[in-house]
Design a binder for this molecule. Structure first.
Ligand code: ATP
Length: 305
């Protein structure tokens, strides 16, 4: 066995999130376009006598440091498959916002899978790793693959999407997280109560896929869409102010990321992103403001810190 292994894993945003009807298994059928962004967690796994978790980094608060952590569950799931000893020391250097709609927990699960597979020299076929990932959570397979991908089913069935160039984003992180199940429940409630005319449902976002392939940011901007946005805004009405502030600061478009509450603003280029970030930071609408670009690669092994 080697001394340890570290995986670096990106956050994601959904450039399109269409939510279909509630399925019998309690999940909604989705049609989503994932994009991996250059905001990363590093997950290190080392041999140990007991399962331990150490969380470092700017977003370490609110991350569970026990067996409920998705990284610990990922290690246990892989150990059950390979027969290795699940007692490892896991360190998560946490930079992805927690409960922010950016799949931070899923990223840590993907990182733990990759790092533990390396530690144990488990020679699993990629498809098997993706199956274990899908059992852990709907967004975990995408955290492994990264890039840009169309997600269907509950988001775990992935098809890579052609993309050209790099898109520049500003992320406005809210001080209060949103629970993903609560946002879906709110969407169901709003749908039952009346009309949500902009619902995309499970239609494939063809126009957006063509735009991503062209690399033209001004074609992409008006096509960003999130069916969960009205539900996130209903639960955190201040997000309307955040979205308005980003557009007024010069972003081409703004959208709630996944189930929120992080808001993602698409900018014309990297200079525009820096200027939008500076203005948003001063406006007091967000707890933290970050710039990031994407699509970037999914989980990958890096030298140990
Ligand atoms: P998604 O975008 O996939 O819906 P999210 O980004 O909104 O997820 P996460 O950051 O993944 O939300 O956290 C959701 C909850 O999961 C947290 O409130 C936390 O209690 C729990 N959790 C378990 N493991 C982790 C982890 N490694 N990192 C962050 N949260 C975790």
């Amino acid at each position: 066995m080697i001394g340890g292994a570290t995986a670096r894993v990106p956050a994601k945003i959904n450039l399109h999130l269409g939510v279909g009807p509630l399925r019998d298994d309690g999940f909604h059928e989705l049609s989503t376009l994932f994009c991996a962004l250059s905001l990363y967690d590093d997950v290190t796994v080392r041999p140990s006598d007991a399962l331990t978790l150490t969380i470092t980094g700017e977003n370490r608060r609110a991350v569970p440091a026990d067996a409920t952590n998705l990284a610990a569950r990922a290690v246990a799931a892989l150990a059950a498959r390979t027969g290795d000893d699940p007692n490892v020391a896991i360190t998560i250097d946490k930079h992805i916002p927690v409960a922010g709609g950016m799949a931070g927990g899923s990223a840590d699960a993907a990182g733990a899978l990759l790092a533990a597979a390396r530690l144990w020299r488990a020679d699993l076929p990629r498809t098997e790793l993706l199956d274990i990932a899908a059992d852990l959570g709907s967004d975990v397979p995408f955290s492994l693959t990264g890039g840009a991908a169309l997600g269907t089913g509950r988001g775990e069935k992935l098809l890579p999407v052609l993309h050209r160039g790099e898109f520049h984003w500003v992320l406005a992180v809210s001080g209060t997280g949103l629970s993903t199940p609560a946002v879906y429940r709110e969407l169901d409630r709003l749908r039952e109560a009346g009309d949500l005319p902009d619902d995309a449902g499970t239609a494939r976002p063809d126009a957006l896929m063509v735009a991503i392939a062209s690399g033209d940011v001004r074609t992409v901007a008006p096509l960003l869409h999130n069916d969960l946005q009205p539900a996130a805004l209903s639960l955190q009405p201040m997000l309307r102010r955040t979205l308005r502030a980003g557009r007024e600061a010069g972003a081409l478009a703004g959208i709630v990321s996944g189930s929120g509450p992080t808001c993602a603003f698409l900018c014309a280029d990297s200079d525009a992103a820096v200027s939008v970030a500076a203005e948003l930071s001063g406006s007091g609408v967000a707890k933290a403001v970050r710039t990031a670009s994407g699509p970037v690669a999914g989980a990958r092994l890096i030298p140990q810190p």
